[in-house]
Design a protein around this ligand. Structure first.
Ligand SMILES: [Zn+2]
Length: 279
């Protein structure tokens, strides 16, 4: 990959993590550190690209768009074959002719392979649009956060939502290295951004004893939400994160979910406690 494109992707990721931190903050001045890294990386860009990036970022959270199936993954514009080739060669930075976002060719991203709802099927509401009973694990066996994430990504592959648990895990762990996703109240929200195609998918696991998520003396993590996020759903993901945080800041909500011992009960509880916060 062109070093400049790589730089831009990292910058985009840091900007999205900053948005996450505003919703689900961790103690310890991470926001300031993120701001410093973002402004340093922005300054390092060649002036013309910097100007373009800043201008696009004022309009939308997502500036970098992967090319999926010959299309711009964000605006779905079918791109000329010559442009797709040029993006793949990555000798320069190219823009989408429709939305002007900066294009890149993703390297081995996991694919979403879930079943699309039939057009005649009734529209699902709330959390059931992007999760299901089959993605609930009432008893995670993991001893470490890596094992916990693996259990959830394996579940997503086994239940037919993504094609590669290992790629998903790799992306999620790369994200954890930048900043741990353990937050207050014994929650963790690990995720993999950049899944190809489909919609956002959420799996949930409960841990009876609790896992040390390196969340800096914030106690052990007992509730883990794992999300597979297509780049186009990055803004929706932030709204979903806000909804989850709103529901689970209440001790009685956490208690109700943790009381579930069967996937069926867990799913019903999750639907109920997020009814008001996730539309
Ligand atoms: Zn586009």
């Amino acid at each position: 990959m062109h070093p400049l494109v790589n730089h831009l992707i990292q910058l985009q990721e840091l900007a999205l993590i900053r948005d996450e931190q505003k919703i689900a903050p961790r103690k310890g001045g991470h926001l300031q550190q993120l701001n410093e890294s973002i402004s340093r990386m922005t300054q390092q860009l060649p002036p013309s690209v910097r100007e373009q990036f800043i201008k696009l970022h004022k309009k939308d959270l997502v500036v970098m768009s992967p090319v999926n199936d010959g299309m711009c993954a964000i605006c779905n514009m079918k791109l000329p074959i010559s442009l797709v080739q040029a993006v793949r060669m990555a000798k320069a930075v190219h823009s989408c002719p429709n939305c002007a976002r900066l294009l890149y060719y993703p390297q081995s991203a996991p694919k979403w392979v879930g079943i699309k709802p039939r057009r005649t099927a009734p529209r699902k509401a709330g959390i059931s649009r992007f999760s299901s009973e089959t993605l609930m694990i009432p008893r995670l066996e993991a001893k470490t956060k890596e094992q916990a994430i693996r259990e959830l990504t394996d579940k997503m592959e086994r239940e037919g939502f993504v094609d590669s648990s290992s790629k998903l895990l790799e992306m999620a762990l790369r994200r954890e290295v930048i900043l741990s996703t353990g937050v207050d109240h014994g929650l963790a929200i690990p995720h993999a951004r950049g899944v190809e195609g489909g919609g956002l998918t959420l799996a949930c696991g409960l841990h009876r004893k609790g896992i040390d998520w390196e969340s800096q003396s914030r106690g052990l993590t007992r509730i883990v939400f794992f999300m597979a996020i297509p780049t186009a759903a990055s803004a929706f993901y932030l709204r979903l994160l806000a909804g989850l945080m709103e529901s689970f800041m209440h001790a009685e909500t956490r208690k109700a979910l943790l009381a579930a011992k069967e996937p069926e009960v867990m799913w019903k509880t999750l639907c109920k406690v997020t009814r008001a916060t996730i539309k």
